[in-house]
Each structure stands twice: as C-alpha cells, then as structure tokens.
Design a protein around this ligand. Structure first.
Ligand code: GDP
Ligand code: MG
Length: 312
C-alpha cells in the first residue's frame, strides 16, 4: 500500500483552549478503549460543506473548498497524529451530476477506499434547505449499495450552515428537528431500512457552522445559535459512534465489487442440473421400472402363446 504521510496534528492548537481540552480528553477516552486510529469517511452532495467540515475538524485548511462546486474528482485523505493517536479524514467529491449518481466518481471513491476501514461515516448536508428530494435518496442508496446497510450503524449526519434564523419565525430547535426528521426519513428510504429500525432512528444529527463568521462564546469557542460549542460536540459524537459496539466497515474487493451477476447465474447451472436429475429424471426412471415390474404379460402375447400351444 502507498505510504501515507501522517503529519503531527498541529491544527488542534488553533482551537480555543476549552475546545482543545475537550478534544484531548476525547482522544484519551478512545485510547483507553484501545482505539489508536480513527478513519472518518465524509460523503454527501456537492457544495454542502464536506470539505469545509473536514477543515473545521482538523483545524487547518487541509483540503480545498469551493463555492462553485469545482471539486477535484478524487477523494483526499488527511492524516494527522497526536500523542500516538492517528486521525484519518477522507474527503470525497460529490457523486451527483446532472440529477444522477455519477458512477465513475463513485467507482473512484470505492477504489480509493479499498483495504481501508471506515470507522465513521459523516453524511453532510445543509441545515438551511427546506425540503429533501430524490437526489438525497440517490446518494444514500449509492452509499448503501457500495458499503452495505451496516454503514449506517457507523454514521452520523452533519448539517452545515447552522448559524441561521429559521423562516417564518420557526423556533430554532423546532426547525432543526423538522429538518433532521425529514433527512433521516430519506436515509431510511434510500438505505432500505425499516421504519421502526433502531439503526435509522439512532443516527445522530449534528449541527455545524464552518463559516468564519460563526459566533463564539466567552471561552472563544465557536458556538451555534443554541449555545452549543459544536466542534467538541461533533468529535464527542464521533467518539460515541466509534464506541457504539457495531463493527467498522472494512472495504475489501468483495465488498466493492459484489458478486458478479453473470457468475452468480453460472453457479446456479450445476445446481439446476442436480435438481433436475434428482427431482425429475430419477422419479421418472423409478416409475418406469415399477411399471415394468408390475406389468402382466399383454393379452395378445398370452393369446398367441396359448394359441401356439393348442393342437389342432
Ligand atoms: P463541498 O463541495 O461539499 O466540499 O463543499 P465546500 O466545503 O467546498 O463548501 C461549499 C461552499 O459552502 C463554500 O463556499 C464554503 O465556504 C461554504 N460553506 C461550507 N460550509 C459552510 C457553513 O457551515 N456555513 C456557511 N455560511 N458557508 C459554508
Ligand atoms: Mg469538497
């Protein structure tokens, strides 16, 4: 495997001291649970703030952001280490183009992830979007088809652009709840999860404000309109997902290629022959043998024989 440059996580020093303390505490907690490496995969539509969220978590401009969706076609993995702990964050380009999933872009992402383990999936979308549509469902379905339903056990949703005043005088929390519910419903649909599936209802939804204009509290931490310091809260939720007892997703060849439908058909051929032999041919053969054994001599034969025996 190509060696990956792991740099010291210097960006952590750019956070407010209160945020730094919380982050180091969380890393300590992970190390206590023998988690020394953490790989986060970031996915979502283009322009929703994936790259900005990666930079916010790392604390530096590690990946490029763009207001005009001119993302590079390839995923980028940012690796940082701190006190023996390695954090990998994989930023991906949006996979929707012209209203459809761009299969080639998806393929590139899958190849990039080969032989990597996804500990957490961050699904990014915007808070300030008032409806969900079929595109959301397509992205969720593409993720599910690529990595399996189990990936949603390791997922959390991040809603960016969280510093907003909801329209029509909606209270902030109520707006957030409605937006989360609508998106989780789409995730349930797109991932083919059942309505009462605990998997879907337990996906955490976190708010983020990546803009430099984000409000700050007295301790200089970036806060949301509801007062939450969102960076440590996001990392705390990532930690909870890591330690939630569900398995991380190891991306192997089999997972990304899946069984070849043609091969699958071919494998069935001998089975069909065997079934045909035992269920159709054998019973027919048995029936014929039984018939032969049971059959009394035909009357013409008997008549002939008896006729032959008659002496005229
Ligand atoms: P990506 O295509 O999903 O990677 O999105 P980017 O991170 O490149 O962001 C697209 C645009 O949205 C850029 O102009 C960002 O500055 C802006 N942006 C991203 N997140 C936020 C956010 O939380 N708040 C605001 N106001 N702008 C954001
Ligand atoms: Mg991007």
């Amino acid at each position: 495997m190509a060696s990956q440059i792991v740099r010291e996580w210097a960006g952590i020093n750019t956070f407010a001291p209160a945020t730094q303390t919380k982050l180091l505490e969380l890393l300590g907690k992970l190390k206590q649970e023998n988690v020394n490496t953490l790989t986060i995969l970031v996915m979502g539509k283009g322009g929703v703030g994936k790259s900005s969220t990666v930079n916010s978590i790392i604390g530096e401009r590690a990946v490029s952001i763009s207001a005009f969706q001119s993302e590079g076609p390839r995923p980028v993995m940012v690796s940082r280490s701190r006190a023996g702990f390695t954090l990998n964050v994989i930023d991906t380009p949006g996979i929707i183009e012209g209203g459809y999933v761009n299969d080639q872009a998806l393929e590139i992402i899958k190849r990039f992830l080969l032989n990597k383990t996804i500990d957490v999936l961050i699904y990014v979308d915007r808070l300030d979007v008032y409806r969900v549509d079929n595109l959301d469902r397509l992205v969720v379905k593409a993720i599910t088809d690529s990595f399996g339903k189990g990936i949603w056990n390791k997922a959390l949703v991040v809603l960016t652009h969280a510093q907003l005043s909801p329209p029509d005088g909606f209270p902030y929390e109520e707006f957030f709840t409605k937006r989360s519910e609508a998106l989780l419903k789409v995730i349930r649909h797109g991932a083919g999860l059942k309505k009462d599936d605990s998997q879907a209802s337990s996906i955490p939804v976190i708010l983020a404000e990546n803009s430099g204009r984000c409000n700050k509290n007295g301790s200089d931490e970036k806060i949301l309109p509801n007062g939450t310091a969102w960076i440590p809260y996001l990392v705390q939720t990532v930690t909870e997902v890591v330690l939630n007892g569900c398995k991380s997703i190891y991306v192997d060849k089999k997972l990304i290629e899946g069984p070849d439908p043609n091969q699958r058909g071919k494998l069935l051929i001998p089975l069909i022959f065997a079934l045909q032999f035992f269920l159709v041919m054998k019973p027919i053969e048995r029936a014929i043998k039984k018939d032969i054994a049971k059959e009394s001599r035909p009357s013409w034969e008997t008549r002939d024989v008896s006729a032959g025996n008659r002496k005229f």
